[in-house]
Ligand binder design. Structure first.
Ligand code: ADP
Length: 385
């Protein structure tokens, strides 16, 4: 028996740097569109490397590796935001179509650059300042009051790199980590919202409905689409802000804008420039999933409809528990609720790690939410809710 070891691409080739679950979930729409995905992984066991035939192994911090990876790609995009900005610039200078480009992506990599730029064009942000030492934090607190939120300028995720400090002693602890920090006022928000928009190189933009993200211990556990009870004017305003940010920064591909809803209006928290956890609901819950939308955008194709497919869609993340064998619990969940959709990322189960998600769709929010929660809790713990 013989098997082909290499073949020429038939459709456009999109290279994705990073092989986590986001790259993995791009594979499904790529199959439908006839787009050939190529992925740059650190290890053949990574989530996307397990499902993408053209997996290359190498270090994304090495420019020569990136250059070789980009050969023959019609577009290059990312599964994460850690590729050095100067490497992205170098790839673009070589003539490669990198989306998003370095000038946009830096705003998702560096929170201080993002705050400077956003406040510069009037996007609503909390008061903030760069801080080098405790004296800087105390000056900030004297002006704005405690608590002060200290944030790692680069490299934070899932709440790691965010310290809510009630006093100088707590601020000193955060400063002792040695990472570069900025200070923000503590925003007394009602809830957290997210707006996902897509923008293509030729400037077309679309916005998905505004969603509510429910966080526990700094990790998103649930997404409600659309955000229940959101004033239609606030929803339109949130979409306008997100589209404006995409335009101002020249984003190409997807942009997720995390916001706080407060009694005095919307406040932008942070940005991600790639498919985002707050958009996983779109796989079944929107006419065009965020993963298809991202492929369309980076290939500069017309964008797809973001219209929802049901009045309410709830996505619940599966966070690893003590038991590594989840498949034995499929039978109950699938039999109990034939409408529930399960997604596993092919990642080893570790406590607290995002290993998958479930999605439920329907007309009554409480019922849809209870269904998603039941499936998520049962799959990860074996417990009934
Ligand atoms: P990460 O990059 O780790 O996701 P975020 O900036 O999104 O960090 O912050 C994580 C969480 O910390 C937010 O979801 C929110 O709950 C809380 N948080 C962040 N900034 C503020 C703030 N200025 N005021 C109040 N809470 C905040």
């Amino acid at each position: 028996m013989s098997s082909p070891t290499s073949f020429s691409p038939i459709g456009p080739v999109v290279g994705v740097v990073g092989a986590g679950q986001l790259a993995r979930m791009m594979q499904q729409p790529a199959i439908a569109l006839g787009v050939e995905l190529r992925v740059l992984a650190n290890d053949p066991g990574e989530s996307a490397a397990r499902v993408i035939v053209d997996t290359r192994l190498g270090d994304y911090r090495d420019l020569e590796v990136l250059r070789e990876f980009g050969q023959g790609c019609d577009a290059i995009t990312f599964d994460h935001e850690h590729v050095p900005t100067e490497h992205i610039r170098a790839l673009a200078a070589d003539g490669l179509a990198v989306h998003p480009g370095a000038g946009a992506l830096v705003h998702a990599q560096d929170k201080a650059v993002m705050r400077e730029r956003l406040t510069g064009f009037g996007a609503p942000c909390p008061a903030w300042a760069r801080v080098d030492d405790l004296a800087d934090v105390e000056r900030f607190a004297a002006e704005h009051g405690w608590p002060v939120v200290l944030k790692a300028i680069r490299g934070g995720y899932d709440g790691r790199g965010v310290w809510v400090c009630r006093d100088a002693a707590e601020a000193a602890e955060a400063l002792a980590t040695g990472v570069s920090l900025m200070a923000e006022v503590f925003v007394p928000f009602r809830r957290e919202l997210a707006v996902l928009v897509a923008r293509s190189p030729h400037g077309q933009g679309v916005s998905y409905p505004v969603v509510e993200t429910v966080q526990e211990n700094g990790i998103c556990v649930e997404v409600l689409a659309p955000a229940p009870g959101l004033d239609p004017e606030d929803a339109a305003e949130a979409q306008r802000i997100a589209l404006k940010i995409a335009d101002e920064l020249g984003v190409t591909g997807l942009l997720a804008v995390e916001m706080f809803e407060t009694e005095y209006g919307l406040v932008v928290n942070e940005l991600a420039m790639r498919p985002h956890n707050s958009g996983h609901w779109t796989i079944e819950g929107a006419a065009t999933s965020q993963f298809e939308q991202h492929l369309r955008a980076v290939l500069d194709l017309p964008l797809g409809s973001p219209a929802p497919t049901a009045p309410y869609v709830v996505m619940a993340n599966l966070l690893g528990g003590a038991d590594p064998d989840l498949f034995k619990r499929y039978e109950h969940v699938m039999a109990h609720d034939p409408g529930i959709k399960l997604h596993f990322y092919g990642k080893e189960v570790r406590p607290g790690r995002k290993i998958g998600h479930v999605t439920a769709l329907g007309t009554d929010l409480d019922t849809v939410r209870a269904r998603a929660r039941h499936a998520a809790v049962y799959l990860t713990t074996g417990e009934y809710t």
